[in-house]
Design a protein around this ligand. Structure first.
Ligand SMILES: Nc1ncnc2c1ncn2[C@@H]1O[C@H](COP(=O)(O)OP(=O)(O)O)[C@@H](O)[C@H]1O
Ligand SMILES: [Mg+2]
Length: 299
């Protein structure tokens, strides 16, 4: 029995050893990852408030994921002025979320440059850069904790009335009010127990809580019905006046009123203009509009 036990133990060690080796490799990889604070461009000096805000400018931006052969974004150039709304539309996988991720420098451009108020963001310390941005990512991430804690991630000093105001703007006040514990309701990791639209509205409230000069909404209205979306957009307008707004969208409804629409196809900017201009100039845009009208009629 004793010999048998020893053999079994040896077998066990032998079978787990390769798994342990792989785990060790991954853990070392994480431990060796450079902290964001040492990324290039961090150091002395923050963003000096410009006398005349210039907004967000992309200049021949190329981005390729490390190791990929073809770039995901190819030579994107546009300017989003303060006080205007820029909509980004295009099929799934065309690179819209990548554009959004480049602004807070979650990803670094491969070539070209992005500037905020005339200053290349590559030279701005990450903290100072992100302080100026309100971002609603495509995935509505909520963390374990109360609703109030989740909202205060973007502005720790916010008072309860500021939280309610942001929730009202995001059309989330009604359902938070109906929860037995209101702002103090505990959320589980990822926000399980809330609907997709409720999660999206909480994420929007979190982003707009903080005064920022650029707001980025990555497909943030997709889980909302058109009525709620219209109300939300109308409430957002006076709140974000003066800021540069970038909205990634799938629905033509969301983009019609934008000051400019960027049509992205396979990482390229294929057309730019207002809804009416694009209807006249872009075959692809007309196809998108037509296809959505058809599905609406079918519904
Ligand atoms: N982490 C990644 N590594 C490699 N390729 C990626 C990664 N994330 C996204 N991609 C690729 O980048 C392209 C653009 O993705 P994305 O910007 O998310 O598109 P969209 O938001 O327009 O749907 C897609 O072809 C996708 O496969
Ligand atoms: Mg996306």
């Amino acid at each position: 029995m004793q010999i048998l036990l020893a053999i079994m133990m040896a077998m066990y060690v032998l079978s787990t050893a390769p798994r342990a080796a792989v785990s060790a490799e991954r853990v070392t990889e994480v431990l060796n990852t450079d902290s964001e604070t040492v990324l290039p461009g961090n150091g002395a000096g923050g963003l000096v408030r410009p006398a005349r805000p210039e907004g967000l400018r992309f200049e021949n931006v190329v981005f390729a994921y490390p190791g990929a052969e073809t770039p995901v974004l190819d030579s994107i150039t546009f300017h989003a002025a303060p006080g205007t709304t820029t909509a980004v539309i295009g099929s799934t996988g065309s690179g819209k979320s990548t554009i959004v991720s480049l602004v807070p420098r979650l990803l670094e451009v491969s070539s070209g440059s992005i500037s905020l108020d005339g200053r290349d963001i590559a030279g701005v310390p990450l903290g100072a850069l992100r302080e100026q941005l309100g971002v609603v990512p495509q995935e509505s991430w909520l963390f374990r904790g109360t609703i109030a804690e989740n909202l205060r991630i973007s502005l720790p000093s916010a008072t309860d009335s500021q939280l309610w105001h942001a929730l009202e703007t995001a059309q989330a006040a009604d359902f938070v009010n109906e929860l037995p514990q209101g702002l103090e309701t505990m959320l589980s990791q990822g926000g399980a127990g809330l609907s997709g639209g409720q999660r999206q509205r909480l994420c929007i409230a979190r982003a707009i809580l903080r005064p920022a000069s650029v707001y980025l909404f990555d497909d943030s209205f997709s889980a909302l019905d058109t009525v709620t979306e219209a109300k939300l957009r109308a409430a957002l307008e006076p709140e974000l006046r003066g800021a540069t707004i970038i909205i990634v969208a799938q629905r033509v409804n969301t983009v019609v009123s934008a000051d400019q629409i960027l049509l992205i196809d396979e990482g390229r900017l294929v057309a730019r203009g207002t809804h009416d201009e694009l209807l006249g100039s872009s075959e692809t845009y007309r196809e998108i509009v037509a296809s959505q009208l058809e599905t609406e009629e079918a519904a």
